[in-house]
Design a protein around this ligand. Structure first.
Ligand code: AMP
Length: 207
């Protein structure tokens, strides 16, 4: 069970990954979450990463690769892992190929116009990382875990536009890369969270 979730920002990778990790008992490796933890802890890596994240640009490959390589060595990855938000460039994908053989890459497909609406209404929990959308919160401002929800600093309109451009230029080519390898599975990410997860399970069940 060595999986990658691919897709534009706001496609629901994190939400689906959290559900899949629970269902299959694999390690969840979210490079975005790892970087945000580094920023919170005010490490050198975190400070370097923040300047890129705030612009909607990608953090340099060498920084990300060092971080992921270390993470994959941890014992919880032995039973399998789900990479969420990594790889995001061809360089990262090629480096990953040298470390592990992937079983399946799930491409969660959502058009740009849905992305802008989703991210501008997104609220996240700074404690447990759960994500919500204002359309289903009914005015509620707290997470199920009790913490106050916040807007991610990189979910503002201009940064979202930059993140989408970055996705199209640098990450989207990975769809063709993995399709050619025969391990890509496409999922329509515009449906409800539950319906998308049914699709994810149908794909992962067979991998
Ligand atoms: P995410 O939470 O996955 O949307 O990631 C938030 C931000 O972290 C991205 O917009 C990038 O700036 C950075 N980031 C996360 N993963 C990577 C990666 N694999 N390569 C480069 N930058 C990344």
């Amino acid at each position: 069970m060595r999986w990658v979730f691919l897709g534009p920002p706001g496609a629901g990778k994190g939400t689906q990954a959290a559900m899949a990790v629970k269902a299959y008992g694999v390690a969840h490796i979210s490079t975005g979450d790892m970087l945000r933890e580094q920023i919170k802890a005010q490490t050198d890596l975190g400070q370097k990463a923040k300047s890129y994240i705030d612009k909607g640009a990608l953090v340099p490959d060498d920084v990300i690769l060092g971080m992921v390589e270390e993470r994959l060595k941890q014992s919880d990855c032995e039973k399998g892992f789900l990479l969420d938000g990594f790889p995001r460039t061809l360089v990262q994908a090629q480096a990953l190929d040298k470390i592990v053989e992937l079983d399946c890459v799930v491409n969660i497909d959502v058009p740009d116009e849905n992305i802008v609406r989703r991210l501008s209404g997104r609220r996240v929990c700074p404690d447990c990382g759960a994500t919500y959308h204002i359309s289903t919160l009914n005015g509620k401002e707290t997470c199920d875990c009790g913490a106050s929800l916040v807007i991610r600093p990189d979910d503002n309109e201009q940064t979202v536009k930059n993140r989408l451009n970055t996705y199209h230029e640098q990450t989207k080519p990975l769809i063709g890369y993995y399709r050619e390898k025969g391990i890509l599975r496409d999922i329509d990410g515009t449906r409800s969270v539950e319906d998308v997860f049914s699709g994810v399970k149908a794909v992962l069940g067979e991998s």
